[in-house]
Design a protein around this ligand. Structure first.
Ligand SMILES: [Zn+2]
Length: 360
């Protein structure tokens, strides 16, 4: 048994029951699928190549800022225009190219805070239009993140959105408790300590409100995790808290299975293999990884530029001769590719760390 059997050999972007089947299987087999933030066709193919070579499923996601970048920094983002159009363009690109890699892909969007809800609304309009034509939404899933709002508002608004997406069997990820650090312009570096650790009662409250609407949801619970990479010792992760959430909800609902919740680990960059393993053993099925991949993508290009410096200072003329052409050194397919290679290597490492490699 493997993911291919579970999904009946489906490749490319999967939605609805297939996403539920994949996450259920991951929870059982104790692996978590890395969610890679993509901002361009180049980062998309780097992630797909790693997943294909590692025989793994993968999650590709765009943040609100990443989606605007997909549209081009020159497009105005008034009323989230660039973020909506860029997200749609990225989704169609991924939908068309993913089958070429022969692996299942979950197409997702990252944090959507209250002030960004018009972005989510715009994407859901596109989902509903796509659903009318194809019988499935454009994206497999979205994230709504109202963790900075009062708990009641967070749950009520998340429930409202889950009602909207339920007819499409679209997955919704929500967050309760706060992921520390800084990402995409949202700065949580100074939030109080208690909100960095979600309590089991809060998780159960979310679960019971949402499960009444649809089974297609996951919870990003805070257990001391942060976005970004900081000095060692600044972050105190408590992945065992996730086990308490599972046990509490199981007892409340009298579930047969030990892990009724689908949990998401945000801020994976900089965490140890042991911390990942602990989280995954407690039902984490998705780990977000961004900062480490931004770094990995840079290193290939940085080293290329440093090592080939004398071949890229002019179009003609290098240490091999004053009349030697440099076209094969400055062609973007050469130097951008170096960033793709180092990013691919880092994604493969994550696939091993999260026990996803070889699960196809
Ligand atoms: Zn996050």
């Amino acid at each position: 048994m493997g993911v291919n059997e579970v999904l009946g050999g489906k490749v490319g972007v999967i939605t609805g029951d297939d996403v539920l089947k994949l996450f259920t299987y991951a929870r059982e087999k104790k692996f978590a699928i890395p969610a890679i933030n993509v901002t361009s066709s180049s980062t998309v193919v780097a992630a797909l190549e790693a997943a294909r070579d590692s025989k793994s499923p993968i999650i590709l996601q765009t943040s609100q800022g990443g989606a605007a970048y997909f549209a081009g920094k020159g497009v105005s983002n008034t009323d989230q225009y660039a973020s909506i159009q860029g997200a749609i363009a990225g989704a169609h690109y991924i939908r068309s190219i993913a089958p070429a890699y022969g692996i299942p892909v979950v197409l997702h969007t990252d944090h959507c805070a209250k002030k960004l809800l018009p972005w989510l609304d715009g994407m859901l309009d596109a989902d509903e239009a796509y659903f009318k034509q194809h019988g499935e939404p454009l994206w497999s899933s979205h994230m709504i993140d109202l963790s900075e709002e009062p708990k009641d508002e967070n749950i009520a608004t998340t429930a409202k959105y889950l009602k909207r997406v339920a007819p499409m069997k679209q997955w919704l990820e929500m967050e309760i408790g706060i992921t520390g650090g800084e990402e995409d312009g949202v700065n949580n570096e100074d939030v109080d300590n208690a909100s960095l650790y979600t309590q089991p009662e809060d998780i159960y409250e979310v679960y019971s409100a949402l499960v009444a609407i649809s089974p297609y949801f996951s919870i990003a619970a805070a257990f001391g995790n942060v976005h970004g990479v900081y000095k060692p010792g600044n972050v105190k992760l408590h992945p065992e808290l996730l086990g308490k959430h599972q046990a509490y909800t199981k007892e409340k609902i009298g579930a047969k299975e030990d892990k009724p919740l689908f949990l998401v680990f945000h801020g994976g960059s900089g965490s140890s293999k042991e911390e990942f393993a602990a989280g995954i053993s407690h039902g984490v099925i998705k780990v977000n990884l961004d900062t480490d991949l931004q770094w990995a993508y840079l290193t290939g290009i940085r080293d290329y530029v440093l090592n080939k410096k004398e071949y890229i200072m002019s179009q003609v003329g290098n240490p091999d001769g004053d009349d030697k052409p440099n076209k094969k050194y400055f062609d973007p397919r050469v130097w951008v590719r170096e960033g793709e290679k180092t990013m691919t290597t880092r994604v493969k490492e994550a696939l091993v760390d999260f026990n996803t490699a070889g699960q196809l």
